[in-house]
Design a protein around this ligand. Structure first.
Ligand SMILES: [Zn+2]
Ligand SMILES: [Zn+2]
Length: 191
């Protein structure tokens, strides 16, 4: 049956894409282990991570294309197995995408952080959405008493502390292993 040959071909291709994801994970895991101890990564490591993350999005689309073809060509009795493959790929992808994003966000400079907060339309004081810093009821910066978050306070050296980097990352990126890259609504108690 020609259909079977086609599916076999596609399954092989899918295996190749899976392998690319596995390579990404292999690259990320040791960096993440280091990051958990010291969340301040070297510039080269950050650039490499960003490059790989950009490619990962392409890998995802590749998978999606192949997978849809497989699913449309497959007989009903084997579909369940293919759906399982899809779930496994998606779970792994989401998990390591979120971990990589978290590491990259933790290593933003103060300027990058400010840009990020503007981009996400958040209050510069409490990092929540829905109001401007001028009308924010949360306490002001502990360092200079201005209406901005301590994590956005300009530092003299520009070097962020481990604690700060970690705190900034977790202030708006969920640690949730499900991998969704979401705002933490729980930190917003001043809306
Ligand atoms: Zn606020
Ligand atoms: Zn300040």
């Amino acid at each position: 049956m020609p259909e079977t040959t086609e599916i076999r071909e596609l399954t092989r291709k899918r295996g190749g894409v899976n392998h690319k994801l596995t390579n990404f994970v292999k690259h990320v895991v040791p960096i993440y282990n280091t990051f958990k101890i010291n969340p301040s990564l070297d510039d080269e490591v950050i650039i490499e991570l960003q490059n790989r993350l950009d490619k990962l999005e392409i890998i995802y689309n590749e998978f999606e294309g192949i997978q849809l073809e497989i699913e449309s060509l497959s007989a009903d009795d084997v579909l369940e197995g293919h759906y399982k493959e899809r779930d496994e790929f998606t779970d792994k992808y989401n998990k390591y995408y979120a971990i990589t994003k978290k590491m990259l966000n933790a290593n933003l400079s103060i300027d990058d952080r400010i840009a990020k907060v503007s981009e996400l339309n958040l209050c510069k004081n409490c990092l929540c959405s829905g109001h401007e810093s001028a009308g924010c009821k949360a306490g002001s910066c502990k360092v200079c008493k201005q209406k901005h978050n301590k994590l956005l306070h300009p530092t003299v050296s520009g070097k962020k502390s481990v604690e700060e980097a970690e705190s900034f990352a977790s202030s708006y990126v969920s640690n949730d292993i499900e991998g969704s890259y979401v705002m933490l609504s729980t930190v917003c108690t001043y809306i």
